[in-house]
Ligand binder design. Structure first.
Ligand SMILES: NC(=O)c1ccc[n+]([C@@H]2O[C@H](COP(=O)([O-])OP(=O)(O)OC[C@H]3O[C@@H](n4cnc5c(N)ncnc54)[C@H](OP(=O)(O)O)[C@@H]3O)[C@@H](O)[C@H]2O)c1
Length: 264
């Protein structure tokens, strides 16, 4: 029987590339997000805003009529927001947490009855290297991605006795619509911060635009789907693996200094 894979955020970028790839490999793929993909696609699609209880309830209801079980859930939907903490509103912070953290939790919780029906289920959450190494002027984004890693780690232990494996994939810079879709701050330049916010964002946007192809992440996900035992987390790309390792072993002050030089 073909495995059923549910992918949030499948309308573009990593989610879209992964959905198409897995569909071509013969998986029964159901993508979801607020809008249908712009590019031509061959997998099944349902509209769902993961920040809305009613949407997710309806999605799970419809899905339950289409399939018997969910073998793989890929929580890929996400957004970015930038700006200085000082000039960002609590509403902006709540909005990104609503999508990147609570949306992911909501979808996972609601799909659990279908996930439990699979004999060897996997939940693959898309975090970010930015959740390991904070990016200034995108601190809320980094906070959400750190939360995704912690959510995954806790869930992994809780679900282990039920043969449901959980992991987090940590991509580095990937060339997708993410850069274009990132919400910009209300105050981009101001007298106090001078050009630091603008420069930091320009550097991040350049890194992403010169980043890896989404397919690199897709291939890592594909391997994880077929791996017997999932790691707690998987960083994508040699350079980023090195960054994460250095972050763990170097003195925090040195890491903070280097990040400030790069993005501060
Ligand atoms: N690009 C990078 O450099 C990078 C690096 C590390 C991690 N990531 C992570 O990778 C994931 C995918 O990002 P991407 O680069 O592929 O960006 P993307 O092309 O902008 O895709 C984001 C996806 O999330 C969906 N989405 C956003 N809000 C949603 C909501 N409320 N409900 C349902 N779906 C929603 C969007 O679809 P709709 O607009 O149709 O809702 C879209 O399909 C994100 O979690 C991101 O944080 C990206």
């Amino acid at each position: 029987m073909n495995k059923t894979v549910v992918i949030s955020g499948a309308s573009s970028g990593i989610g879209f590339t992964t959905a198409e790839f897995l569909h071509k490999k013969g998986y029964n793929v159901i993508g979801l997000s607020r809008k249908y993909p712009v590019e031509k696609y061959d997998f099944k699609y349902l509209l769902c805003d993961i920040t809305k209880d009613a949407d997710v309830d309806k999605f799970v209801d419809t899905l339950g009529k289409m399939i018997d079980q969910v073998d793989v859930l890929i929580n890929c939907a996400g957004m970015g927001v930038s700006g200085a903490i000082e000039y960002s509103s609590i509403e902006e912070a709540k909005k990104i947490f609503d999508v990147n953290v609570f949306g992911q939790i909501r979808l996972t919780k609601n799909l659990m009855p279908l996930i439990r029906k699979s004999k060897n289920a996997r939940i693959i959450n898309i975090g970010s290297v930015a959740g390991e190494i904070v990016i200034p002027f995108q601190t809320f984004y980094s906070m959400t991605k750190a939360a995704v890693s912690i959510f995954s780690e806790g869930l992994r232990i809780e679900l282990a006795p039920f043969n449901i494996q959980v992991t987090t994939v940590l991509p580095g810079d990937i060339k997708t619509n993410f850069t274009k879709n990132r919400e910009m701050p209300n105050v981009i330049e101001d007298d106090i911060y001078k050009d630091r916010i603008k420069k930091s964002l320009a550097r991040m946007a350049k890194d992403e635009e010169q980043g890896m192809h989404a397919l690199v992440v897709t291939k890592v996900i594909f391997k994880l789907i077929n791996k017997k035992t999932l790691p707690v987390a998987k960083t994508v790309g040699f350079q980023y693996k090195l960054f994460v390792l250095l972050k763990r072993i170097l003195p925090k002050r040195l890491v903070s200094y280097v990040v400030k030089k790069m993005y501060g």
